[in-house]
Each structure stands twice: as C-alpha cells, then as structure tokens.
Design a protein around this ligand. Structure first.
Ligand SMILES: Cc1cc2nc3c(=O)[nH]c(=O)nc-3n(C[C@H](O)[C@H](O)[C@H](O)COP(=O)(O)OP(=O)(O)OC[C@H]3O[C@@H](n4cnc5c(N)ncnc54)[C@H](O)[C@@H]3O)c2cc1C
Length: 402
C-alpha cells in the first residue's frame, strides 16, 4: 500500500477530529492507515486554538470519554449546582447532582488545554498526523478529475499544499470551515454575540454555575478551571450592546455585568478585557454523503447556551467509531452501509440538542411578555416538579442515549 493512501482521512484536528482519531486508533490494526490533517488556523471565531479563550462545560459522558483517551486536562473545576433564572421575572430552578446520584453535574475546562492534550496524544498514538496548510477534501469519484485522481478503492481525495492523498473514507471535522463534501454552512447569528471573560465575585459560591436568561440573551457565570476564586463569564447579548460594552473601561464593564447578572454573587469584577465571539447556528440535515461524513461543528453548530456543542461532537465521534468497528477490520469493503447506520443513529440526538439550544437561546428574548412569563413559569414548574426537570437535565448532562 502506498504511503499517500489511507483507510480513513480526517480533515480538522480540533477536539472532535482528534478524539475520533484516537478512538479509531484503538481498533484499527494499523493506526498509520488513519490520517489526521490539521491546520492551526484562527477560523471563523478569530482565535488560534492555542490562544482560544473559551472555557468548555464538559458533561459526565464526555468526561469519561476524555479520561479513557488519557486526555483529561490537569486544570478543571467541578460544577456542583446549576442555578437557572430569568432576569426581572418570576421563576428559577436549581439542579443538584444528588437528584441524579452523580458527584458533579459537569466540569469546566479550557478549550486550549484540551485541544493541545488531544493533538499531543494523536501524535503519540501512531496515527499519521499531517500538520500544515489547510487540507481540502473531495469525493474524487464525483469530480471531473476522476480519471486522474480517484481510484475506485480510494475515491476520497485530499490536497494539502502541493501534496495529494487518497482515502477509502473521509471525515470532515473541520469545524465551520465551509468545504464541499458533507460539511455544513454556518449561519451567523444576527441577534446575539458572546462576550467571554473572567471575573472575581465579592460573594463567591464555589462550584455553582448560573445560567441567567435576560432579554438580550443568556448570561452564564460558571466556575473557572484556573482557580475556585475565579468565575468564567459567557455573556450573550445583542451585537450593538456588545459594541458598547467592549468600548467600556474594565470598571464600567464590571458594573454593567453585575447589573445584568444581579446580586447572587455580590459584585462581579472583571479581571481582564472581554473577548468577542460571533455566534453561528446550523444543522446539516445530511451529514453523510457517499463516503464522506461530517461530525462535530462541521455537522452542526450550536448556540453556547447550556454548553452542548463539543459534548454533541464527542458523541458523534464515539458513535462513528462504534459503527466503523467491523468495517475497520476489513476496510476493502465499501463503508457506505456503516455510514448510513451512523447517520440514522445520530439523527435524534443532533436534532433534539440543536433545537433545544436554539429554543433556549431565544425564548426569553422575544420582547413579548406572555411568552417570557410562560417561560418563567416553566422554570418554576421545573423547580417544583423534579420528574419534569430530570429528563431535561439528564439530556444536557449525558446526551441522548441510543
Ligand atoms: C463561546 C463559546 C462557548 C462554548 N461553550 C461550550 C461548552 O461549554 N460546552 C460545549 O460542549 N461546547 C461549547 N462550545 C462549542 C464548542 O466549542 C464546539 O462545539 C467545539 O469546539 C467543536 O469542535 P470541533 O473539533 O468540531 O471544531 P473546532 O473546534 O472548530 O476545530 C476544528 C479544527 O479544524 C481545523 N481545520 C479547519 N479546517 C481545516 C482544514 N481544511 N484543514 C486542516 N485543519 C482544519 C481548525 O484549525 C480547528 O482547529 C462553545 C462555543 C463557543 C463559541
């Protein structure tokens, strides 16, 4: 077999693509037959992975997966309670790990640390890691260049710089980089952007995560992986409001933050300037096309409310690994049947999680008071009726179980 031909090619070495590569390496007879193409780019969010200021809420299912891969970050903070409320209206609910017989509702880690651990592990696992230019993946059997490039057994063609490679199966894990193939077209969210930062609370409540719904968008104050004394801030608001806040001094922005959040943590003092993230939303109804499958943000991009995007991407990776188990032992057969099984298995979870986060991000911002009262009443109902709260919390904590 030539060294420019692979059984599986994964384009995009973000957390979803690297996690998939590591899972597949455990079952492939020869991990060098799996290629991971990675280009360290600032991407649509505008931050290189190593400098990305995002903190990520990892649910229990994802923690187990990352632990098994030996890539659980050194710095993390557990979420012991989740408090959900609506600014200026009635209704709040508290989710407690005791209700679910778990020790923590989730953990907060840094995106940059997780990404670098996963990429480091992929390089050590014997996979073929191809760092360099942006890789472009195409189904050569569909292109005009078929006779030159595609061979029946290796119809997926990747180009990276001057090099061309072929593969039996292609995975797009390139986030929101809009490629042909099975990838997704991200839609910028015109109503909300996210401001990310760190704050110190004058009345700290270690281990508590707050999700406060305001008329401008959800505002989350979470534990911070660096220390129990620090809070992570994920402040979603209207783009014009974000512009005003970004132009403020740190002291003025701290005061605006405290006013938006309320007094549950006393006064919130921002410790560094906020970072702005344009938000995107999309759900590709057809993530499998022939021998190419899109996973993670390449298949769906979610609003960050409730912290579901990466958790969903890791479930994509785990299910794809499961579906490819038999095929990987004998990859000379077509993988299309396995990919179609994957597509069917992932449909419900992808759709429900995407719709749920889209609903949660917008329901309190309609400006229509009967709807906002009804949403507040829902929070109150969830609080008083644990049997209603449990399925929602379980879905957000562990994801939909097939
Ligand atoms: C503000 C914010 C907060 C969030 N909070 C949470 C949270 O609390 N919990 C949660 O689960 N999720 C959260 N998310 C979502 C989460 O960050 C994403 O779902 C996750 O990063 C997706 O991982 P990915 O590997 O699919 O894509 P990405 O993280 O985008 O990684 C893709 C990688 O592929 C590389 N790449 C792209 N194109 C190419 C190419 N052509 N060739 C080679 N390499 C390429 C890129 O450089 C990048 O490193 C949040 C998102 C935002 C914006």
């Amino acid at each position: 077999m030539k060294n420019d031909e692979f059984d599986i090619a994964i384009v995009g070495g973000g957390p979803t693509g690297t996690a998939l590569a590591l899972m597949l390496a455990k079952l492939a007879p020869d991990p060098t037959r799996i290629a991971l193409f990675h280009h360290d780019d600032v991407g649509r969010y505008g931050y290189q992975a190593t400098l990305d200021p995002r903190v990520i809420a990892i649910n229990e299912g994802s923690r187990i997966v990352l632990n098994d891969l030996g890539t659980w970050p050194k710095k993390f903070q557990a979420i012991q309670k989740v408090h959900v409320s609506q600014r200026g209206r009635l209704g709040r609910t508290v989710i407690d790990p005791k209700d679910f017989k778990v020790e923590a509702l989730g953990h907060i880690v840094r995106y940059a640390e997780l990404h670098s651990l996963l990429l480091g592990a992929a390089k050590r696992a014997g996979l073929t890691v191809l760092m360099g230019d942006t890789a472009v993946m195409a189904d050569g059997s569909q292109s005009n260049q078929k006779s030159d490039l595609a061979q029946d057994d290796f119809p997926i063609v990747m180009t990276q710089g001057e090099q061309t490679y072929r593969s039996r199966l292609g995975v797009q894990a390139d986030g929101m980089h809009n490629q042909q193939g099975a990838g997704n077209t991200p839609e910028p969210n015109a109503k909300q952007v996210a401001l990310l930062g760190c704050a110190v609370a004058s009345v700290p409540r270690p281990g508590w995560a707050f999700e406060r719904f305001t008329q401008d968008g959800p505002l989350a104050i979470l534990p911070h992986p660096d220390s129990v004394a620090t809070q992570s801030v994920v402040w979603c608001c209207k783009p014009e409001q974000a512009e005003t806040i970004m132009a403020m001094s740190l002291a003025e922005a701290s005061s605006a933050l405290t006013q938006a959040f309320g007094d549950r943590l006393g006064y919130l003092t921002l410790t560094q300037p906020l970072n702005r993230f344009q938000l995107y939303q999309s759900l590709n109804p057809q993530p499998v096309k022939g021998r190419i499958v899109a996973i993670g943000n390449a298949a769906q991009t979610l609003h960050p409310v409730a912290g579901q995007g990466l958790n969903l991407g890791l479930r994509d990776a785990a299910t794809l690994t499961h579906c490819l188990r038999d095929w990987a032992a004998n990859p000379t057969r077509s993988p299309e049947k396995s990919l179609n099984i994957y597509d069917n298995l992932r449909k419900n979870d992808r759709q429900i999680t995407s719709k749920l986060t889209s609903f949660m991000s917008g329901i309190f911002t309609t400006g229509w008071s009967p709807i906002e009262h009804a949403a507040g009443l829902t929070l109150l109902t969830l609080d008083t009726l644990p049997f209603l709260r449990a399925p929602l919390a379980r879905h957000l904590m562990q994801g939909l179980r097939q």
